[in-house]
Design a protein around this ligand. Sequence first.
Ligand SMILES: C[S@@+](CC[C@H](N)C(=O)[O-])C[C@H]1O[C@@H](n2cnc3c(N)ncnc32)[C@H](O)[C@@H]1O
Length: 274
Amino acid sequence: MPIDHVLKLYSESVRSPYLHYGFWDDPKSVTAENLSLYDIVAAQDRYIEHLASFIPEDVKTILDVGAGIGGNSSYLLNKGYKVEALSPDEYQEQVFAEKYNGEVKFHRAKFEDFDSEKQYDLVLESESACYIQIQPGWKTARKTICDGGYLLVSDYFLHHNDGSGDWHIKASHNEKMYMEIGEEYGFKLLKEYDQTENTMPTLDSAKAFMERYIYPTVEFSSNYMDKNYSFIMKILKKAFGKRVNEKMKQLSLLDSNEFRKYKRYMIFLFQKVS
Ligand SMILES: C[S@@+](CC[C@H](N)C(=O)[O-])C[C@H]1O[C@@H](n2cnc3c(N)ncnc32)[C@H](O)[C@@H]1O
């Protein structure tokens, strides 16, 4: 994979070292429409702090899988862990090279294809498990984690499939299948935590932002083009109309009620036992 441009756009606009949802301790008290970027980044700091509280005491070495642009790796380094990072993304490799000047070894690979020279006490998959194919991912986890070591996963999983083909269904792993295959590869679930409610304010704020700024801008531009350049607009609609409609359907991914209907955002701590 060369560069994931959606993640790159996100990192350059939000200017946060993280690419995850963040964690809100008291989600009921949050008014999504009023959140600032500062609030979102603070929630992202809290996410890794909360997630790291699941790391068992005997862990010293960590492979940060799907490391993004290094926010989690920095946090873990500061906590005294020996950290290496992995991602298939070229842009993220560059960011790591500039940020850490070699202090954090970066492996550019898909986790499924990773052939590690060594084993780690813990593999972290923070919002990257959903990108990694289930069976090959567990197979690599088995080779990459030392005996008695851990896989710490924080990601959303599908709990309900109504066959509608909704985008939420396409963009995540079936939780039951994920757990069953993990067991087949000798991993035992030690702890789980449902953080769905703690993560939803971020989705709500992204939706509010789209409704307030992006949709009106698109509508204004489309009306302006229709009025002043109707011929060009007709051609554009013909050429890209279908694709734009498909993209608009993907925006249902920002609807937290739709999210809850299909998915749960979980933390799972597994141990490699046999
Ligand atoms: C949503 S970002 C999460 C980044 C980071 N872990 C965080 O919490 O901020 C997903 C990450 O998974 C990476 N990724 C995508 N496909 C992958 C794969 N097959 N194996 C490993 N990482 C992958 C992406 O490049 C990106 O770094």
